[in-house]
Write a protein that binds this ligand. Sequence first.
Ligand code: 13P
Length: 259
Amino acid sequence: MRKYLMAGNWKMNKTIPEAVALSQQLCNYYNRDWDKVDVVLCVPAIDIKAVHTVLDFDKTDIELGAQNVHQEPSGAYTGEISIPMIKEAGCTYCIVGHSERREYFAETDETVNLKVKALVINDVNAIVCVGESLNIRDNDRHLEFVTAQVRAALAGLDADDLSKIVIAYEPIWAIGTGRTATPEQAEEVCAAIRATLADAFNADAACGVRVLYGGSMNVGNVESLLSMPNIDGGLIGGASLDANSFKQLIEAAAHASEE
Ligand code: 13P
């Protein structure tokens, strides 16, 4: 059985004091029920240390993630941060290849693959984002497009490495738009992603990988999305910026895991 993973992606939101306040509120809400779910906060780089201090002090099992990283361990890469840096600061996860990074920061399947490989080698869990534009969906090419992104991101990995991989299916047309994919649309792609993993690696390894849905996940749609057999949690933007709404999503996942 795969454990649900609920990951908040704060994107470029929250100053250090705001990040401390939000993570403290979440720690106050934390209870043993949350242990049925893995919870990760993917925060801006500048907030990592402060949020880690809060999570560590409160002894919750909430984990910490970065939103991007450079593949090289150190060097002349002005403005970048490395995997040793995020690890030392307390991150056990890192988002890779979010559609906003692909669109605004010229990330390609090749750079995504380099980052994924570097994270796996360094024992940091990679949340690999894939997803199609509206144009691709309207042309009914979404399955072909997304499964090719998955293959490219994971090229060169072994089946054993999949234990460090989470895939997040985020249709670009559903991100921040309030227009969620229907559970059936999301399930179709998440199932195709798992079939691709089984084909590229093996069925056992594919069965263990968490495939998340992301794109306007909220209190109103979380239950129906998580009821789908191949959706193992969420990568949540807007609704993770408010402690009460993120708490409700985590509790919905805890509840879904009992069914
Ligand atoms: P929203 O939940 O705000 O649509 O963002 C989804 C997302 O991009 C998470 O990475």
